[in-house]
Design a protein around this ligand. Structure first.
Ligand code: ADP
Ligand code: MG
Length: 231
């Protein structure tokens, strides 16, 4: 689905250049739940941003289903972000004045749709993440785990083939974190790829594959041990 070749990304602050990604080669396949691990500063978030076309590489190529993302116009890139990618963040990024179902509907609004059009699908997704009873609650009335499940539902409303999650369990206790990991594993079915940055080694068992970054390079790329009973 995604193919990265010799991807380099540098940040310049004044005179100083930080090479955040240093020649990354990587293929991400549909139906795969991939964990990206590695020490702080190793380039994990940078990689995720490039996969989601939130940023572009300085050199190298990123292809989505054969098309070079870097070659897209700005419009095509934002179209790619809106329709092909769902984002899940560590701090949930829900809008506090909107209810749970309205938050789930936000990507439809950003795409020119109406709340009314989005509501049936938003309610269906809230049901899928186990929050049908909380549809009219605002974020402040939800627990962290519930907020993250709302965020996962929001990531799915455009039915994107790719879901990117940056430390989605970073603010959750281990029990609610587990529920979110199980949910991410579940939505990985069909034609979807899920790529998750995590510090949580316990999250590995929910993933199919773990990529270890160090100093902007891939140090290891391995299938994770999957206990058949846990999936
Ligand atoms: P990780 O997510 O693994 O902690 P990042 O991808 O955030 O790592 O960062 C990789 C490197 O790039 C770090 O050295 C970081 O300081 C630097 N970096 C990341 N984003 C920026 C930015 N916007 N401006 C300058 N340097 C950055
Ligand atoms: Mg990071």
């Amino acid at each position: 689905m995604l193919e990265l070749t010799a991807v380099v990304k540098e940040y310049r602050i004044g005179e100083q250049v930080v090479r955040a990604l240093d020649g990354v080669d990587l293929r991400i396949e549909a139906g795969q739940f991939t964990a990206v691990i590695g020490p702080s500063g190793s380039g994990k978030s940078t990689l995720l941003h490039l996969l989601g076309a939130l940023d572009t590489p300085d050199s190298g190529s990123i292809r989505f289903r054969g098309a070079e993302i870097g070659g897209f116009t700005d419009d095509a890139q934002s179209e790619f972000r809106r329709h092909k990618v769902g984002f899940v963040f560590q701090f949930f990024n829900l809008l506090p004045t909107l209810t749970a179902w309205e938050n789930v509907a936000v990507p439809v609004l950003l795409d020119g749709g109406t709340l009314r059009q989005a509501k049936p699908r938003a309610m269906e997704l809230l049901d899928r993440v186990g929050l049908a009873q909380r549809a009219d609650h605002r974020p402040a009335q939800l627990s962290g785990g519930q907020m993250q499940r709302v965020a996962v539902a929001r990531a799915l409303i455009m039915d994107p083939p790719l879901v990117l999650a940056d430390e989605p369990t970073g603010n959750l206790d281990s029990k609610t974190g587990t529920a979110v990991l199980e949910l991410l594993g579940e939505i990985c079915g069909d034609d979807r790829a899920v790529v998750m940055v995590t510090h949580d080694m316990g999250a590995m068992k929910y993933c199919d594959r773990a990529i270890t970054l160090q100093d902007g390079s891939i140090r290891a790329d391995a299938a994770t041990h999957v206990e058949m009973t846990s999936r």
